[in-house]
Write a protein that binds this ligand. Structure first.
Ligand code: NAD
Length: 258
């Protein structure tokens, strides 16, 4: 039976993925701020390292898959820390353990929002591994108010999608036989979006940025099933992809630009 480590397991997409894999008889080690097997704060370097070490220990030293769902969307610098560094450093800390598994897999949750206006400087700082510089840039956006601060979220996700693209084909991932991919959801019905979708006006605003002609807003299970496949033994050759599972939002917005 496979053992998967899932971050953000206490809510939304992470919780749906944990439930699905458990239902299928797999072992899941959940990581979250609370209500999880491993309680950790992925916004800090220490938290990431401790969480990875604890997860490996709970798993008895062998982990078959890592699924990184933890994320926040607030217009604050911490969003860059959780959404980018909290994924990348956590995955990197678990990579040597993963590489020893017979069929290792990794998947992360990016977003449709990675295509929205963002800060190329913040993206570059993240990809360079410079968290201090990234936070400085994020703070300068946040200081201009929530409207400007919103750029932190798409920037964190753009950086994450690019990291997956770059890292997936390196000796450390592809060379070690570990498919690494991202899923980019549209508007998912979870606590993260509850407030945003509460009024007709705010919902119209969300829908104008994320048009979903196929089946409209999606349940977290629509992402969980995809994450489950990406991290299953069946996935032998899909790597480095950012898969837009978004009710057709990406096709609507980017059209022929593929
Ligand atoms: P959610 O708020 O329901 O769940 C996120 C989980 O991450 C929570 O349990 C939270 O406690 C955990 N988390 C937050 N900060 C953390 C930290 N510092 N350390 C450890 N855990 C932390 O949200 P969700 O909608 O399930 O989002 C999951 C992922 O999907 C996120 O990365 C989000 O950006 C992405 N996403 C969501 C949507 C959407 O519409 N809901 C769309 C695109 C992408």
């Amino acid at each position: 039976t496979r053992t998967s480590v899932i971050t953000g397991s206490a809510s939304g997409i992470g919780a749906a993925t944990a439930a699905l894999l458990r239902e299928r008889g797999q072992r899941v080690i959940g990581v979250d701020l609370k209500d999880a097997d491993v309680q950790a704060d992925l916004s800090t370097r220490q938290g990431r390292q401790d969480a990875a070490a604890q997860a490996v220990e709970l798993a008895g030293g062998s982990v078959d898959a890592v699924i990184a769902c933890a994320g926040i969307s607030a217009p604050v610098p911490a969003t860059l820390s959780v959404n980018y560094f909290g994924v990348v450093e956590f995955l990197e800390a678990l990579r040597p353990t993963l590489a020893a598994a017979p069929h290792p897999r990794a998947a992360v949750v990016s977003s449709m929002a990675s295509l929205q206006p963002n800060s190329p400087e913040m993206v570059e700082a993240a990809l360079a591994g410079d968290e201090a510089r990234g936070l400085e840039i994020a703070q300068s956006f946040a200081d201009q108010g929530p409207q400007a601060g919103y750029a932190v979220y798409p920037s964190s996700k753009r950086a994450l999608s690019r990291w997956v693209r770059r890292a997936s084909i390196t000796p450390e991932w592809a060379g070690a036989g570990i498919p690494l991919n991202a899923v980019a959801p549209g508007t998912v019905l979870t606590p993260m979006t509850q407030q945003l979708l509460a009024t007709e006006e705010s919902r119209a605003m969300v829908d104008s940025h994320v048009p979903m002609p196929l089946n409209y807003h999606q349940p977290p299970e629509s992402i969980a099933t995809l994450l489950a496949w990406l991290t299953s033994e069946e996935n032998t050759h899909l790597a480095g992809q950012v898969i837009y599972c978004d009710g057709g939002a990406d096709a609507t917005l980017r059209g022929d630009d593929v």
